[in-house]
Write a protein that binds this ligand. Structure first.
Ligand SMILES: *[C@@H]1O[C@H](CO)[C@@H](O)[C@H](O)[C@H]1NC(C)=O
Length: 392
């Protein structure tokens, strides 16, 4: 049962103070354990800071430092439950979501099990789950190893999150500001700065902007044609990334959008009798990806002198490979969602409905979101792509 406290503290900025006191109390109670974490951490940090200061060791592959923390900005692909206490349709804290999560709990993750933040955190040897920043029971060790600021329904276009009554990308940056303040209160500014300058920041948005806002509703289509909307989105995404970098994030993994026309809901809207991917949404995804990846490269070139690494990661061909070669990954169904295949087969619209009995055969869990099995493969490929960069 939700406590009355959590009902009054929805996915909004400005609730930094009460949880802060809780963290201080937790720190006092668990002083010994917490100090060990801080000391070990500060130790590793010293080494890396020296390397980043320009010595030859900075690029030594064999001495690649362990990533201390990861952070996740984005939408429902990577939201582990930040919308749970919000009044929005973009939530997933009820069955059938979570049926394959440890304990079968629906945590707010938009899948049958783990989502990419969890899989990245565990595959990079950091921790098993990446918690939502707005969770009411975060401890110091959770803050030191990273959290997710992502909210289902969000996007780089500020109108996208308004339509879904969720947090915008700028609001997520405000949560990050709250995070920095909290951690500073607990461990001091120097340690906080080390955590964020050595952590890896993922940003995973743009899908809701293109699919919901532009194509489905289609609010933005009245104002923009596709190329000009894509330019607006790219500008907004680059502004977001610059601000994140200005706030102290040095290692930024910027993910493009997947082949959006291949989501079951978009195939249904496209009306292909043989359930082929819908071509105009895939073209829009490619146009956005090609423009944003060039701008990310440009931004990286501009800012690399200050020790920042801002890297574009492809998710389009990464996921398309599963869709085009399902058998080689053990999938039987590529175009239907286990929980249905329309825009209404997701989030609150399928609360307490039953899922298919064989989720393991499916790439997609609902009308929009992949299964844990698909995420697992996609994340392995991301880590392979990233092994040259970002210490991954
Ligand atoms: C991005 O920032 C620039 C410079 O501040 C501004 O002119 C532009 O309007 C911003 N783009 C968006 C989409 O907000």
């Amino acid at each position: 049962m939700a406590s009355s406290q959590s009902l009054t503290t929805p996915c909004l900025r400005g609730r930094a103070h009460a949880p802060c006191c809780r963290f201080v109390r937790a720190l006092l109670v668990a002083t010994a354990a917490a100090l060990v974490v801080v000391v070990v951490h500060a130790d590793g940090a010293t080494t890396t800071t020296a390397a980043a200061g320009g010595s030859a060791a900075a690029t030594d592959d064999h001495q690649r430092p362990k990533i201390p923390a990861i952070f996740m900005f984005g939408d429902s692909i990577v939201d582990p439950g930040n919308n749970n206490n919000r009044f929005t349709e973009a939530k997933a804290n009820f069955p059938p979501y979570g049926q394959d999560f440890p304990g079968g709990v629906a945590t707010g993750r938009f899948s049958n099990g783990l989502v990419p933040g969890d899989l990245l955190a565990s595959k990079l040897g950091i921790k098993e789950l990446l918690p939502p920043f707005l969770s009411s029971d975060l401890e110091l060790k959770d803050l030191l190893t990273g959290v997710a600021f992502a909210c289902g329904g969000s996007g780089y276009d500020p109108l996208t999150s308004k339509l879904a009554t969720t947090l915008s990308s700028d609001d997520q940056l405000e949560l990050f500001q709250d995070y920095k303040q909290k951690l500073t209160t607990l461990v001091g500014e120097k340690e906080m700065t080390q955590v964020i300058s050595q952590g890896v920041f993922f940003t995973v948005m743009g899908s809701n902007d293109i699919v919901n806002n532009y194509f489905t509703l289609p609010i933005r289509r009245h104002e923009y044609d596709l190329p000009s909307y894509v330019d607006f989105l790219v500008s907004s995404a680059i502004n977001f990334t610059k601000t994140l970098n200005d706030m102290g994030a040095k290692n930024i993994a910027f993910l493009g959008v997947p082949p959006l026309g291949c989501c079951p809901s978009q195939i249904t809207l496209g009306g292909s009798p043989s359930r082929q991917c819908e071509p105009s949404r895939n073209q829009a995804s490619q146009l956005y990806n090609s423009r944003v990846s060039k701008e990310i490269e440009r931004l990286n070139a501009e800012r690399s002198a200050s020790g920042s690494k801002i890297v574009y990661f492809d998710i389009y061909y990464n996921l398309l490979d599963l869709i085009q070669n399902p058998a080689s990954y053990g999938f039987k169904d590529v175009s239907e969602g286990c929980c249905g295949s329309t825009v209404l087969n997701a989030a609150v619209f399928i609360a307490y409905h039953s899922a298919c009995p064989n989720a393991i055969d499916y790439i997609f869990w609902d009308g929009f979101h992949p299964t844990e099995k698909a995420y697992n493969i996609v994340v392995d490929k991301l880590i392979q792509q990233g092994s040259k960069y970002l210490m991954m």
